[in-house]
Design a binder for this molecule. Structure first.
Ligand code: MN
Length: 313
């Protein structure tokens, strides 16, 4: 997925909401927007909730019908300072990037691209898949220790699955209880897919971390609150476990991590800390600088208007 992160999603100057210090369930409706040809529900960032731990972007796409040649189809665009986490419930997407990666992704697999100081990628129809496309793309803000580092790409076809009372979970990134994903992680965030049958299931959590639940299929109840697709249920900090009750099969993603100390600056497809970092990245993309390389895609490069503070704006 590509941004853009617009002022509707979250004004760049607005400070993040303070982390909650007691368990809660706060439902934040997603912002309906369009990425390429697909309608997506953007759960992060929102005005009231900019990030959950280092997770700073979450697009829920589909379920939508796609054809061999028309689906996601997002042309080459740049990223800095973040990791993209692509996770599908149905369908296929082809990833290409400026590192030379060409990787098909299917349900249950992770495409993890680390932008660091700069990378470009495209997300395309596969040329062979026709059917339902349903998934999520999330971004993780990289910490100072790696955000100026080299870009990277990894595909994980085999992730650890664990049983819960009424279903199973897959640890996409990070650790839940004693189950750990092999995927690279530069901070202490966690992302887990939950695939639940009818009943109640309990997951171990870290009290110091904040968590949120995004439902993709069916409905999941946390306490008295029923959570359905179309928004993010912020669960706050201070929980050592999470009980989820379902009355029918349901799937969703649980994300979490230690609340960030400092606000992120997000603009378009860039995550940074200062406006000059964003302006430099914008200038480098417009100039087709080697910083972002080239992507072997049939799709055109995605243009961008300058940031509102940029001299060209
Ligand atoms: Mn992207």
């Amino acid at each position: 997925m590509s941004g853009p992160v617009t002022p509707v999603d979250a004004p760049p100057d607005q400070a993040p909401a303070p982390p909650e210090d007691h368990p809660c369930v706060e439902f934040l409706p997603s912002h309906l927007t369009r990425v390429g040809e697909l309608e997506v529900r953007r759960a992060l960032p929102r005005r009231a909730r900019r990030n959950v731990g280092a997770w700073c972007f979450l697009d829920h796409m589909g379920p939508a019908k796609v054809t061999e040649q028309h689906g996601v189809d997002i042309g080459p665009h740049p990223h800095i300072g973040l990791q993209t986490v692509t996770w599908l419930f149905d369908g296929e997407i082809l990833h290409r990037d400026s590192l030379g990666s060409e990787q098909l992704i299917r349900p249950g697999q992770l495409n993890l691209m680390t932008a660091g100081r700069g990378v470009a990628h495209a997300e395309e129809s596969t040329g062979r898949y026709r059917g339902v496309l349903h998934g999520m793309q999330l971004w993780v803000a990289q910490p100072d220790s790696t955000r100026d580092g080299p870009p990277a790409f990894a595909h994980h076809a085999d992730l650890p699955v664990f049983d819960v009372e009424q279903g199973a979970g897959t640890v996409i990134v990070g650790r839940l209880g004693d189950v750990t994903s092999p995927a690279r992680r530069d901070s202490d965030h966690v992302g887990v897919e939950l695939d639940l049958r009818r009943g109640t299931s309990v997951m171990p959590l870290e009290p110091a971390a904040e968590y949120a639940l995004v439902v993709a299929v069916g409905a999941m109840s946390v306490g008295a609150r029923e959570v359905e697709p179309g928004g993010l249920a912020y669960l706050g900090t201070g929980r050592d476990e999470l009980a989820i009750t379902t009355t029918a099969p349901a799937r969703g993603v649980l994300i979490g991590g230690t609340p960030l100390d400092d606000p992120l600056l997000m603009w378009w497809n860039f995550v940074a800390r200062t406006r000059s970092e964003i302006s430099d990245a914008y200038d480098d993309w417009v100039a087709a600088s080697e910083r972002f390389g080239t992507v072997a895609s049939r799709l055109p490069r995605v243009p961008a208007d300058p940031p509102q503070w940029h001299p060209r704006a």
